[in-house]
Design a protein around this ligand. Sequence first.
Ligand code: NCD
Ligand code: ZN
Ligand code: ZN
Length: 347
Amino acid sequence: MSETLTLRRPDDWHLHLRDGAMLKAVTPHSADYGRAIIMPNLVPPVVTGAQAAAYRDRILAALPNGAVLDPQMTLYLTDTTDPADVVSAFRSGVIRAVKLYPAGATTNSASGVTDVARVRPVLEAMAEAGVTLCVHGEVTDPSIDIFDREAVFIDRVLAPLRDATPGLRVVMEHVTTKDGVDYVRDGGEDIAATITTHHLVINRNAILAGGIRPHYYCLPVAKREEHRLALRQAATSGEGRFFLGTDSAPHPDTAKLQPCGCAGCFTAPNTMSILAHVFEQDGALDRLEAFTSLNGAAFYRLPPNEDRITMVRHDDPIAFPETIDVGDETVTIFDPGFPLHWQIEAP
Ligand SMILES: NC(=O)N[C@@H](CC(=O)O)C(=O)O
Ligand SMILES: [Zn+2]
Ligand SMILES: [Zn+2]
């Protein structure tokens, strides 16, 4: 008999679904999650409550019949965000969180915050109303080495921001360093971190293994092996401050395979299979549920999903396609570099 694992339905606390044809193609791959925090970095970005509500309707329309996904919307913080709009969108249930992108830090972040001082009134209103701030934690100073930008962000931006705004709840998105893990672990009740699928699997060498591997390029860029191991330890520890945010970030292959290719790994289709493998390897299958289905909900002060999924371990590796089609384009699915045996059992 095959081994099985039953766990509460997972949530994805950091997901890019894009818009238009891409939205239609990728959304079904996240349809079996209970909830997902939907990133607002569209072009143009989702900056008002009304835009978030309209985007949520487009997502719901892209879900297949029988899907359970309940999209949790976010607003893209800009220098001119209106605190009253944020609070009213939160209180009316339109949004779950607000996303801070330092201007220029990552894909579609040109309208991001240029100086935290400019958004101080919004942050204060958020702390007061209990709205979570999700943060892309990298400085954009070109003189800081790209591999140090997360650690420097903590010192220069995140710690002062939190000191100046007591009570603000913050999620350090896609944490990639031991420095980030340590900061979150010691940071008190109001901070947590998402960890992606791919950062548990690759270190920075994977991007340059025998040649340049654009599909392993994402931001924050993968770091040294010691950092990957710190992330593995945090994710598999069961500690409540760490939870799954896939950061599944689809781009057409034509945009990835360029002299200046864009950042992002598309992990929605095979994340649960990869995570089961990773947790099994680390002897932590009994803590997978905490990472995927309990800790994030608890941080967001939501009940965990009531229903369950079952994963089955097949003796023979299961096959995933290399790509999915999006109109005339393809999007490459993240290749973990090892065979996958765990699969979500069809309901
Ligand atoms: N992670 C990435 O490499 N890319 C994300 C943006 C982000 O989450 O920083 C994207 O939108 O493509
Ligand atoms: Zn980001
Ligand atoms: Zn992201």
